[in-house]
Design a binder for this molecule. Structure first.
Ligand SMILES: Nc1ncnc2c1ncn2[C@@H]1O[C@H](COP(=O)(O)OP(=O)(O)OP(=O)(O)O)[C@@H](O)[C@H]1O
Ligand SMILES: [Mg+2]
Length: 264
């Protein structure tokens, strides 16, 4: 197999994403007890890096993405993007959820255009940018289709196009392929990697699938629960595209799996 060179050099300037001693607690509905969800998360993500996060259900992975997105605030610590503390949501951070969250009454093109609502672009620029991103995810023949007329995998591609349409420097992905069948998932993993290699943005990708984490990640962050902490960070020093039947891939996958199994 001829492997493409490992893309480890950041294409973008800036200092990336820095999580500094991040802790998050939620107060329960009665207001008398606190749930300590994230404890002292420390992570430096280089610009253009692909980070995957695995961990038991409830260990705070989605909360971590919501903090980076700016939908939640930290109780302690801070999150910096290119050395600036993040405040609320911003066009430089996009997100893709497990459920595509497309509007059923809008076409593929209109759904992607939703992502550009607040972008400082002319209508013509918006139209071109939307088309370009629909092309990027290979849906140029479906621009006028409605969500119910396309498959789950295609809908997730639309969600990825919408997440990327503002050309964010960071794309957050919360189990984006979790609801897809195995074949579609494998295809979309490959496509996401191609998009990342083309666009060179920073990816923070949460998954339950350890194979997916090892296939996509420059580093795999293994989290553990109660409270959510980083247990270990595993470097995936394999050329891309990776082959999941390669002995080194299997060894790394088994290594992460053993960790993951212990804490689940
Ligand atoms: N807004 C909220 N208010 C109160 N508790 C919350 C809130 N959001 C999340 N939690 C709690 O925080 C904990 C972590 O939730 P989170 O969704 O981040 O976990 P997760 O690692 O993404 O789990 P999963 O793998 O199942 O998606 C859970 O116990 C959850 O109930
Ligand atoms: Mg979650």
């Amino acid at each position: 197999m001829t492997a493409t060179p490992q893309l480890s050099l950041p294409a973008q300037h800036g200092n990336g994403l820095r999580l500094e001693h991040v802790s998050k607690r939620f107060v329960n509905a009665g207001g008398d007890t606190q749930l300590h969800v994230l404890d002292n998360i420390q992570l430096d993500i280089a610009p253009g890096e692909f980070i995957t996060i695995v961990g038991a259900s409830g260990c705070g992975k989605s909360t971590l993405l919501r903090l980076i997105l700016g939908l939640e605030e930290t109780n302690e610590g801070r999150i910096l993007l290119d050395e600036k503390p993040i405040k609320g949501t911003g066009l430089e951070r996009g997100i893709v959820f497990q459920d595509h969250r497309l509007f059923p009454w809008l076409t593929v093109e209109q759904n992607v255009a939703v992502g550009l609502k607040n972008a400082p672009l002319s209508p013509a620029q918006k139209r071109d940018t939307v088309r370009e991103h629909i092309h990027l995810v290979g849906l140029q023949d479906f621009t006028a289709s409605y969500p119910h007329q396309i498959s789950g995998g295609m809908a997730q591609r639309v969600a990825i196009a919408r997440g990327l349409v503002n050309r964010p420097s960071v794309l957050l992905l919360d189990e984006p392929f979790g609801a897809l069948d195995a074949l579609t998932r494998t295809r979309l993993q490959r496509e996401l990697q191609n998009i990342w290699q083309q666009e060179r943005i920073t990816m923070v990708h949460v998954t339950h699938d350890v194979d997916e984490a090892v296939y996509l990640g420059d580093r795999v962050v293994v989290m553990q629960p109660h409270p959510g902490r980083i247990r270990r960070i595993v470097d995936i020093d394999l050329p891309r595209p990776r082959n999941s039947s390669d002995a080194r891939f299997i060894a790394l996958r088994d290594d992460v799996l053993s960790d993951f199994a212990e804490v689940s």
